[in-house]
Design a protein around this ligand. Sequence first.
Ligand SMILES: Cc1cc2nc3c(=O)[nH]c(=O)nc-3n(C[C@H](O)[C@H](O)[C@H](O)COP(=O)(O)O)c2cc1C
Ligand code: SF4
Length: 445
Amino acid sequence: MIVDPLTPVLSETWDAERSWTLETYTDAGGYRGLEKALTMAPDDVIAAVKDSGLRGRGGAGFPTGMKWGFIPQDDEGAGAKPHYLVVNADESEPGTCKDIPLMMAAPHTLVEGVIISSYAIRASTAFIYVRGEVLHVLRRLQRAVQEAYLAGHLGADIHGSGYSLDVIVHAGAGAYICGEETALLDSLEGRRGQPRLRPPFPAVAGLYASPTVINNVESIASVPMILERGPDWFSAMGTEKSKGFTLYSLSGHVERPGQYEAPLGITLRQLLDLAGGVRAGHRLKFWTPGGSSTPILTDEHLDVPLDYEGISAAGSMLGTKALQIFDETTSVVRTTLRWVEFYKHESCGKCTPCREGSWWMVQVLRRLEAGQGTAEDIDLLLDMSANMAGRSFCALADGTSACVDSAIEYFRDEFVAGMTTPAWELFPYAASALHAPADTVGASR
Ligand SMILES: Cc1cc2nc3c(=O)[nH]c(=O)nc-3n(C[C@H](O)[C@H](O)[C@H](O)COP(=O)(O)O)c2cc1C
Ligand code: SF4
């Protein structure tokens, strides 16, 4: 018997008629987690999330309940600072595409999660910071928040519990760095979005210098089901240290790209089986486990468990579980150049190694792409990378180094070839365009 490994929980109602409305969400059992949470003490809600083993889905995998536990819980009375919940909905990493579909298809999952999470950390104001370009998502979220107010799930004295909460949906101006949590806070406060020095950590001095929890959309949207079905139900899925289910986003040279919700620990081979495999007539060359800032892997890694430990043992990071699939028609030099161009553009400029290093990397990669590289270029790239990773203010520089280092590790030959032959001759770009016939020939730039 073949057991379907998918576990649609967050995505359960995405195909329902008008899935984004309060009516559809409530008919499917929505807001029952909130009802239960409001009968519990806030500390017990935190304990339930801790017990579930939920780890942050924004990239680093930090345990969510533990993060909430860092908020000082006994600071009531005159002079006490307010607590804030801030949802990171800035999703901008190349390849990462899970939070936006979630907010489009089922925004109430997030709204309910925000209410429960805010109750747990004793916050009376919460913010959802959405990337500015996605106007359609903003509108959908704003409507969902309005519906929640009208239904009494938000506002004063929610369901007669005595607990009150206001939710503000805030549009960023569209900068990848504003997804870094402290840059996000600066942006939310009206300043230019650049990372802050830590400590103090946001749990102590975050938004408006007050205790703040910042969590990813998927992390917060996972909370209602944990409350409704219990921490044991959640922790029964996944692996020893990576519990529960998650959204894996398959994109690129794959037959059926999209969101696949499955327990942590599933493998890329299993996911590709579900997604119809690599583009017909082609084979897997390389892939990212969690967006372009996570070191690339190859077809040697098809059976690595897609959990935090498995991917780390294979030399990469699970990140946002954005599985970008590239077949044998793809030039690694060109792909790396495109990613580094993105990071160069998005570098906030605060620190020299990242600001200057990413610019110089682009110059070197451009000449390698054009077949005009020099014999020193590979070492030069590795040297620049070593001067950026761990020597810059935030992880944007580490991510830039990671994609360059891993590309050279697995496909050094292509960088050597870039000293004599243009990448568009070795890998005609039309052949890697999606839906291009398998026998496409001819170069194009
Ligand atoms: C350059 C950069 C961009 C980031 N972008 C996002 C983002 O768009 N969404 C997100 O949730 N986390 C992003 N992060 C991670 C956040 O800093 C933070 O770890 C996360 O929001 C915490 O939420 P979690 O514990 O629920 O994962 C980014 C980090 C860096 C360094
Ligand atoms: S590493 Fe780059 S993005 Fe991060 S603070 Fe420094 S310059 Fe800005």
